[in-house]
Design a binder for this molecule. Structure first.
Ligand code: ATP
Ligand code: MG
Length: 465
């Protein structure tokens, strides 16, 4: 069904002449009637159709817009369906019992259908002249408020990329393409509507959205859209850290994390999101930090693309593990702390710095710390310890990270990961043999504690390095 949609679209636009890198994202309405395009109602969820129809039956304009239209035209299953209308939030609320109004910056209606949420937004308009309404913009041009209603044309002008400004009209099933988005979709171009620099200054998150769509859709960012990004990258630090946290998940935990990371690095956007990681970047991509980032993103992509669940905290734990080690080394050296104490103190430093950029919620930071702790605990396997470890809630996450460290470092860490790999799946008798055959190379619990206490500050357990 979806492949058919793409083919039809290709055919429709194959003959159009277009200069893919030079045109500007100007607004000019092009209406494509139902027989000329491949979107059918069977591509749209029942809930979204219900909302579209009810709005339309009550005399309002109702369009499916954004990723929903874009993804159907690309032959992909849309992640969610967004609707734009001329009904105000209050008018929307009057029509739907299952409606919640959210958002302070811009009021939106969420219509709930079980777990599915259909987001309905009233057309956004332009801001007043800056001199009349100075407080709506920061001195860098960032929009602080965004609550003016407008016409559908104004709404299209305020969207980010041409491929996101296509509106499917439920009244006659036509597509209203306001910025030549279908052509850009066919050419594989991410192009900003309007002047890219102004639009990035209004909302710096658009820089990472450009990267996200380029990676997700395997498209190229148009020259003029790409050009200002690196210079404006520092503006991202002005975006509230809670919004950046949400964006970071969409960027790196949506199935194309590795490709997205590479693009973020290329445009120098990664360092604002993960400063302590970016400090370890090398020209030849050779640091352990870089290898770990690639390893965890490759694995996350694989899990997501095969429908497996992921724990968002795991990626943060892995990203920050080697920066944590470097910081701990420094503390051991400068403050003569034991390895354990240095790791604890470094953990606080690293996490404090990280949450300034991305407001990682506490439930996730707690899991990150658990996964780090497990890296230390997994080195201790004697007596009942290995058996008890298997019962721990976070054991699997701790082990997965140990395996990734093994892949990055080899040596003793790899051997330790191999041991745990075997231990987990072995029959009980074999497990007991495994623990026993650790023999005298591993001190028993009590003796080990004393040995630790006598360790010099510089000594640390090999497998935890
Ligand atoms: P997906 O949901 O697949 O990630 P999407 O394009 O639907 O992609 P959303 O974040 O759901 O992205 O946003 C819906 C639409 O709202 C976009 O297609 C775009 O038209 C508009 N939009 C979202 N964020 C911005 C922004 N920062 N600036 C301008 N327009 C935006
Ligand atoms: Mg969407």
């Amino acid at each position: 069904m979806f492949t058919q949609a793409v083919k039809l679209c290709r055919k429709l636009f194959a003959s159009t002449e277009h200069n893919e890198h030079d045109s500007n994202g100007e607004i000019k309405l092009n209406i494509i009637t139902r027989p000329e395009h491949p979107i059918s109602r069977s591509h749209i969820s029942d809930s979204a159709l219900k909302v579209l129809y009810r709005l339309s039956n009550h005399g309002y304009d109702a369009f499916l817009v954004g990723g929903g239209v874009r993804d159907i035209l690309l032959g992909k299953e849309p992640k969610d369906f967004d609707i734009a209308t001329n009904a105000t939030p209050e008018q929307i609320k009057d029509l739907f019992r299952n409606c919640r109004l959210i958002g302070r910056r811009f009021r939106l209606a969420h219509i709930m259908f079980g777990r599915e949420i259909i987001e309905v937004a009233t057309f956004r308009g332009h801001h007043q002249e800056p001199e009349k309404n100075q407080s709506a913009q920061s001195k860098e041009g960032m929009l602080l408020r965004d609550n003016v209603y407008g016409t559908v044309v104004e709404d299209a002008e305020r969207r980010d990329f041409t491929i996101n400004a296509m509106y499917y009209n439920i009244a006659d099933f036509s597509i209203h393409d306001h910025a030549n988005g279908i052509q850009d979709l066919n050419d594989g171009i991410i192009r900003m509507i309007g002047d890219p620099e102004t639009r990035y200054r209004e909302d710096p998150v658009r820089m990472i959205r450009a990267i996200r769509f380029a990676a997700k859709l395997d498209m190229t960012i148009a020259d003029k859209t790409a050009q200002p990004i690196t210079e404006l990258a520092p503006l991202l630090s002005e975006v509230p850290s809670a919004r950046l946290f949400e964006e970071s998940l969409k960027l790196l935990q949506a199935g194309q994390g590795l490709a997205t990371y590479k693009l973020l690095r290329e445009y120098q956007l990664f360092g604002t999101l993960f400063p302590s990681v970016a400090r370890h970047f090398t020209d030849d991509n050779s640091s352990k930090v870089e290898q770990m980032v690639e390893t965890v993103l490759r694995s996350t992509d694989k899990r997501i693309n095969s429908g497996k669940r992921i724990n968002p905290a795991f990626m943060f734990a892995a990203f920050l593990w080697y920066p944590l080690q470097a910081e701990a080394e420094k503390l051991m050296h400068e403050k003569s702390l034991s390895y354990y104490d240095a790791i604890m103190a470094a953990g606080n430093h690293i996490m404090d710095e990280q949450v300034k950029s991305l407001a990682i919620p506490r439930r996730h930071t707690a899991t990150v710390r658990d996964i780090w702790q497990l890296q230390l605990r997994l080195t201790r396997r004697t007596g009942k310890r290995a058996f008890q470890m298997l019962e721990l809630n976070k054991f699997r996450a701790g082990f997965d990270m140990l395996e990734m460290r093994g892949a990055v470092e080899g040596g003793q860490v790899e051997e330790l990961a191999q041991w745990w790999h075997e231990f987990q799946d072995a029959p009980v008798v074999h497990r007991q043999n495994m623990v026993q055959s650790l023999g005298h190379s591993q001190p028993s619990g009590r003796r080990k504690k004393r040995t630790y206490a006598k360790r010099k500050p510089s000594a640390k357990p090999a497998a935890s390095e």
